[in-house]
Design a protein around this ligand. Structure first.
Ligand SMILES: NC(=O)c1ccc[n+]([C@@H]2O[C@H](COP(=O)([O-])OP(=O)(O)OC[C@H]3O[C@@H](n4cnc5c(N)ncnc54)[C@H](O)[C@@H]3O)[C@@H](O)[C@H]2O)c1
Ligand SMILES: O=C(O)[C@@H]1CCCCN1
Length: 315
């Protein structure tokens, strides 16, 4: 009889995950994914079940890493929320299974995993693609992803200036008090991004919030929101001018409104740059379109599980 699954929830996941540990594991996972070796990473395109009545979707994100012995699925519900809504935009749970016996080993909070791994992958895109001596970071959006991105980026890089914009002044004020570090609130997205070397779009917007005419030549944009074919964060000018990278070429061409509706070509996956099979055009304006992948959740959940067992003396 298999042991009942352990439950590892938000506080413990937060204590067990840190960017310094996550980033190398995610770089390894992105490279394995882009090699398309099914014994390394088996990750079908996620299922997105429409929750019509509530303006959302339930995503099912299975991943199997045969060589590493990792089997997981993330269940994630994500919604387009109206301004002033107090409902969460994203709710997630990650299940880690034993691939040989099929039993569930652990059930974990997916909020912290999603927030941390998404920010860590954006940081990997910046490591590879931002201009040398990048000094100014601009963040558009002030929610969960904005906070995790602020924390990972300020731990990983040393920017001289960090700016933030939100569609509400209250959002900016809440963000500044949440992060507890140096950041300048801006009254418009244009004010935040003009002259910035790295721009993070982490909004729930379905229309462009970042216009190409505001973006400095050679800047790097990590676009995290707008993960549906008819949702946008970036305008056509930026998508046409930039060299576009993605976590998954298939994900971007089937799920990203910024790619689909602009007709932009995906030049490379981050994993291809990590594997050395595609160039990092740091000298050009670059966009990393992040959709999110199950393999990122799988390696994050395995790290949490390993750390939990070590802490409980169960290695
Ligand atoms: N790429 C990935 O792997 C990944 C992972 C998780 C979430 N996401 C996406 O990232 C986005 C942010 O997620 P979150 O968890 O931070 O959500 P959140 O609700 O915590 O924050 C959303 C932020 O966007 C702002 N916003 C919402 N609608 C807007 C609009 N129309 N114009 C301008 N700003 C607007 C909100 O004010 C808030 O500051 C969502 O679109 C979510 O689906 C992507
Ligand atoms: O990969 C993820 O976790 C996110 C969930 C929200 C929609 C975009 N993808």
């Amino acid at each position: 009889m298999a042991e009942p699954p352990i439950v590892i929830w938000e506080r413990e996941v937060t204590q067990l995950l840190c960017p310094a540990d996550l980033i190398p594991r995610l770089e390894d996972a992105l490279g394995k994914f882009s090699r398309r070796d099914e014994t390394e990473v088996l990750q079908p395109l996620r299922t997105a079940l429409p929750l019509q009545k509530h303006g959302g979707f339930m995503g099912l994100m299975p991943t199997y890493m045969e060589k590493d012995g990792v089997l997981s699925t993330k269940f994630v519900c994500f919604y387009k929320r109206e301004e002033g809504s107090t409902l969460p935009a994203v709710q997630a749970t990650v299940v880690l299974l034993d691939p040989e016996f099929g039993n569930v080993k652990a059930v974990m909070d997916g909020e912290v995993i999603t927030a941390m791994r998404t920010a860590a992958v954006s940081a990997i895109s910046a490591k590879l693609l931002m201009p040398p001596q990048a000094e100014v970071l601009a963040i558009l959006g002030t929610g969960k992803q904005a906070i995790s991105h602020y924390r990972v980026f300020t731990e990983t890089f040393s920017f001289k200036e960090v700016r933030v914009w939100s569609r509400s002044k209250q959002g900016v004020a809440r963000f500044i008090s949440s992060v507890g570090g140096p950041v300048q609130g801006c009254s418009s997205a244009e004010e935040a991004v003009r002259g910035a070397d790295v721009i993070l779009t982490v909004t729930g917007s379905t229309e462009p919030v970042l216009l190409g005419q505001w973006v400095k030549a050679g800047a790097h944009v990590a676009a995290v929101g707008a993960c549906r074919p008819d949702w946008r964060e970036l305008d056509d000018v930026l998508m046409k001018e930039a060299v576009v990278y993605a976590d998954s070429r298939e994900g971007a061409t089937l799920e990203s409104g910024d790619v689909i509706l602009s007709g932009a070509e995906v030049f490379a996956e981050l994993g291809e740059v990590i594997n050395g099979t595609k160039a990092a055009h740091r000298e050009k304006t670059t966009v990393f379109k992040s959709l999110g992948m199950g393999v990122e959740d799988a390696v994050s959940a395995q790290l949490v599980f390993d750390r939990w067992k070590a802490k409980a003396g169960k290695v």
